[in-house]
Write a protein that binds this ligand. Structure first.
Ligand code: PHE
Length: 384
C-alpha cells in the first residue's frame, strides 16, 4: 500500500455550535490529490495547464495549487456577490466551521483576493466541499480549477470593439480550444447560465457518448468584483471546472470514490504524461472486479413537530460519518403520508460496498445499527 500523507487537522476549530463538519470530512483535508503527478486529477490539471501555456505563452497564467480550503464566508459568498438568501449559503449545502468560516464550496472563493494581490491571469486549483446526496458521481470533497483573465482598456480600444464582447469572445474561443485539447474532435455547445459573479454567464457542454455533458461554468466577471479590487477600469472573464467530472469521463473511472483509493490496482494505472486528447491511443482505466454490494433499507417517520428539519443531505452526512467511503449510494425509495397520524414516512436504501475488499455481514450490520442509532439521535426521526 502507498502511504497517504495524513492531513493535520489539529489547527481547526471544532465544537462550535455552527460547526457541521464531520470528522470524515476533516480527514480529507490535506490529501492534495490534484498535486500528485501520477494521479488522474493531477494529470488532468497538468494537461489543462499545458493548454494555457501553449495558448497564452509559457507561464503567462500563474498557477496556484496551495490556497487554504478553509475560508471566510465573506470570501466564499459575499466577495463573489452571492445574494444573502442564496441556497448555497445554507448549512444544508455548505460546511461551516463556525458561522463566519466555511470549507470553500468553489474555487471562486479566491477570485477577489487574487485580484487584490495583483494576479491578472491565473489558474487556481483546489479541493472544494459540498454537502450533497451520495452516489457514484457525488463525493462531498472534489476538485475545481478556476481560471481568470483580466483585460486592460487598451486591449479593447486597440481592437475597436466592446469590452464585454471582447472578453466573451476570447473566453469562448479559449474554452472551446480547451475542450478540443481534452476531448479531441468533439462537438460543443454553449448554454446560457446564471452565476452571481458573471454576466453574461454560460455553461459549456460537449457531446460525448451520445449525451450532452456539462463540463464547466464561465462568464464575464461582474464589474463590482473588479471595482472592489480597485480594477474598475478593466474587464475580466472567469471559468470554473470540476476535475473529477473530466477525469471520470476521460479515463473511464466509474466511481468517484476511486480517486481517494490507495489500492495499487487503481493507482498503478495512471502515470504523468499518459494523457492523449480524447483518449485516442491511451490506455483507459481497466476496472478490476467489483466486490459485491450490500443493500440495507431503513424506514422511519420524519420528526413530527418539524419534518422540514430532515433533509437527504443531513441523512447522507450521518451515513458518511459512520461508513466513510464504504457507502456507495443513499437513495429514497419510498415516501408516504399517514394523514391520521399526521406523519410522513420515508424509506431509504443504503448501498454499502468497498472498492478494495469484501465486507463481512457483521461489519455491515454494525455500520447499519450505528447509522440507525445516529439517525434517531442526530436527525430526530422515529424508526419504523
Ligand atoms: N464557481 C462556479 C461553480 O462552482 C463555476 C464558475 C466559476 C462559474 C467562474 C463562472 C465563473 O459552479
Amino acid at each position: 500500500h502507498l502511504s497517504l500523507p495524513r492531513p493535520n487537522t489539529t489547527d481547526v476549530i471544532t465544537g462550535d455550535a455552527d460547526n457541521n463538519v464531520t470528522d470524515h470530512i476533516f480527514e480529507k483535508m490535506g490529501y492534495a490529490l490534484h498535486k500528485r503527478p501520477d494521479h488522474p486529477l493531477g494529470i488532468i490539471k497538468a494537461v489543462i495547464g499545458d493548454y494555457f501555456d501553449e495558448k497564452f505563452g509559457k507561464g503567462e497564467f500563474a498557477t496556484f495549487d496551495d490556497m487554504y480550503p478553509i475560508v471566510t464566508a465573506h470570501a466564499n459568498f459575499d466577495s463573489v456577490l452571492v445574494p444573502p438568501d442564496h441556497v448555497s449559503r445554507s448549512a444544508n449545502d455548505t460546511y461551516y466551521v463556525n458561522k463566519d468560516t466555511v470549507l470553500r464550496c468553489h474555487t471562486s472563493a479566491h477570485q477577489a483576493e487574487m485580484l487584490k494581490d495583483g494576479a491578472r491571469k491565473f489558474l487556481v486549483t483546489g479541493d472544494v466541499y459540498r454537502r450533497d446526496s451520495i452516489d457514484a458521481t457525488h463525493f462531498p470533497v472534489f476538485h475545481q480549477m478556476e481560471g481568470v483573465r483580466v483585460f486592460e482598456p487598451k486591449e479593447w480600444e486597440d481592437a475597436g470593439v466592446d469590452a464585454v464582447d471582447l472578453a466573451s469572445a476570447e473566453l469562448k474561443e479559449t474554452l472551446e480550444g480547451l475542450a478540443t485539447h481534452l476531448f479531441g474532435d468533439v462537438e460543443t455547445r454553449w448554454v446560457d447560465a446564471y452565476f452571481p459573479f458573471t454576466e453574461p454567464s454560460y455553461e459549456l457542454e460537449i457531446f460525448f457518448k451520445g449525451e450532452w455533458l456539462e463540463v464547466l461554468g464561465c462568464g464575464v466577471m461582474e464589474m463590482k468584483i473588479l471595482e472592489d479590487a480597485g480594477l474598475g477600469d478593466k474587464r475580466a472573464w472567469a471559468f470554473g471546472l470540476g476535475l473529477e467530472r473530466l477525469a471520470m469521463v476521460l479515463f473511464d473511472v466509474p466511481d468517484i470514490r476511486l480517486f481517494w483509493s490507495d489500492d495499487k490496482r487503481f493507482t498503478k494505472q495512471f502515470k504523468e504524461g499518459m494523457f492523449r486528447a480524447g483518449g485516442v491511443g491511451m490506455q483507459k482505466f481497466k476496472p478490476y472486479s467489483k466486490y459485491p454490494p450490500c443493500l440495507k433499507d431503513v424506514s422511519f417517520w420524519l420528526p413530527k413537530e418539524n419534518p422540514e428539519s430532515f433533509t437527504e443531505n443531513n441523512l447522507c452526512e450521518v451515513v458518511r460519518d459512520v461508513a466513510g467511503s464504504l457507502v456507495e449510494e443513499v437513495k429514497l425509495i419510498d415516501e408516504f403520508e399517514n394523514k391520521k397520524k399526521g406523519l410522513t414516512s420515508n424509506c431509504f436504501r443504503i448501498t454499502y460496498r468497498s472498492m478494495e475488499r469484501s465486507l463481512t455481514d457483521e461489519e455491515i450490520n454494525a455500520l447499519q445499527d450505528k447509522v440507525r442509532e445516529d439517525m434517531v439521535a442526530k436527525l430526530g426521526v422515529e424508526l419504523r
